[in-house]
Design a protein around this ligand. Structure first.
Ligand code: PBG
Length: 325
């Protein structure tokens, strides 16, 4: 009789499974996205993301310290200005008094080089129309006029101490424009985490609440069509040519094929963003007792690592880092 081939032998005990695991997850690979809001007395719960808050400056500092203590690899900051401070050009984004730049300086003072401090380089939180760029008289997002705003924002963030800038607006040429401006201004060491492949996703829904977005309409003229795969390779190649130090795919879960494709062509670290909707779906199902929350979180993160991302942005970064020890 032909003997049965038995892959199950390698699954017999927890120790055996640990020995042969192909994918690892470590605290240093996790980056915590954080929201800091202007004019708050207390942290404000984001109802569509239970467990995630808009921070005050004080609570931001405490949560950042806790995350770093837990061993996370970095922090990604988003600023939420007061509604009355928003305008058509997103003036709060590059003002040194803007909420994000103030928060960056505070965390730079607190943490120095103990972590990697990252900043979202995009106008959508700061514009009254909610688009990621400036809008022309026909209501279209003006690519090249937006690049000028991104450059100014990037310089303000570099001055405020960010180690890595995360241009997330999907304007053509954004990495090259920011790189040139940083170099010229003496910020050769400030890096760029390029949102290289970013899709127009329904799963960003809860984030729009998290940043108090004013957007009406959608971002389909600048973010990618979920139907496309090859296009991501072009986007990544362009960003690498323009000087990206790391590239990111976003969202993660519905785009694991893209993460794999990008990991195969990129010769820089690849990040993936487990976005708000991914967080909220698992949280909501767990609240109803429909799935095992802790197991689902670890499985989702392991899948993103297995697909080829070496860095994961996740709202669970601190918790999971603590759990992994
Ligand atoms: C745009 C930006 C978005 C997210 C990060 N940066 C939203 C969007 O493109 O509409 C989404 C993050 C998330 O959903 O967790 N600056």
């Amino acid at each position: 009789m032909v003997p049965v081939v038995r892959p199950r032998r390698l699954r017999t005990t927890p120790a055996m499974r640990r020995l042969v695991a192909e994918t690892t997850l470590a605290p240093r690979q996790l980056v915590l996205p954080m929201f800091v809001a202007d004019g708050l007395d207390d942290p404000r719960e984001i109802s569509s993301m239970p467990g995630v808050v808009q921070h005050t400056f004080d609570s931001l500092r405490r949560a950042a310290a806790e995350a770093v203590e837990a061993g996370v690899g970095g922090l990604m900051l988003f600023g939420v200005p007061r509604t009355e401070d928003k305008d058509a050009r997103g003036s709060g984004a590059d003002s040194d008094d803007g909420v994000l730049n103030r928060a960056l300086r505070l965390l730079t003072d607190d943490l120095g080089d103990a972590t990697v401090l990252m900043a979202d380089t995009c106008l959508d939180e700061f514009t009254d129309h909610g688009h990621c760029g400036v809008v022309d008289p026909h209501g279209r997002v003006d690519n090249d006029a937006t690049l000028d705003r991104y450059v100014s924002m990037a310089l303000a963030q570099a001055r405020s101490g960010a180690h890595l800038l995360g241009p997330s607006g999907m304007m053509d040429g954004q990495v090259a424009a920011i790189r040139a401006a940083l170099d010229e201004a003496g910020f050769a060491d400030t890096g760029i985490l390029a949102y290289a492949a970013k899709y127009a996703s329904a799963f960003y829904g809860p984030f729009r609440e998290a940043v108090g977005s004013s957007l009406e309409g959608d971002r389909r003229t600048y973010q990618q069509d979920p139907a496309n795969r090859i296009e991501s390779l072009r986007e990544v190649r362009l960003d690498l040519d323009e000087g990206a130090d790391l590239v990111m795919v976003k969202p993660a879960m519905s785009y694991l094929d893209i993460v794999r494709d990008v990991a195969e062509i990129a010769d820089v670290p690849v990040a993936a963003y487990q976005i708000s909707g991914e967080y909220s779906m698992i949280t909501a199902a767990a609240e109803r007792g429909w799935i095992d929350r802790d197991a689902a979180i670890l499985e989702s993160l392991t899948s993103i690592r297995r697909a080829g991302a070496s860095i994961i942005l996740t709202y669970w970064a601190t918790e999971v880092a603590q759990r992994l020890g």
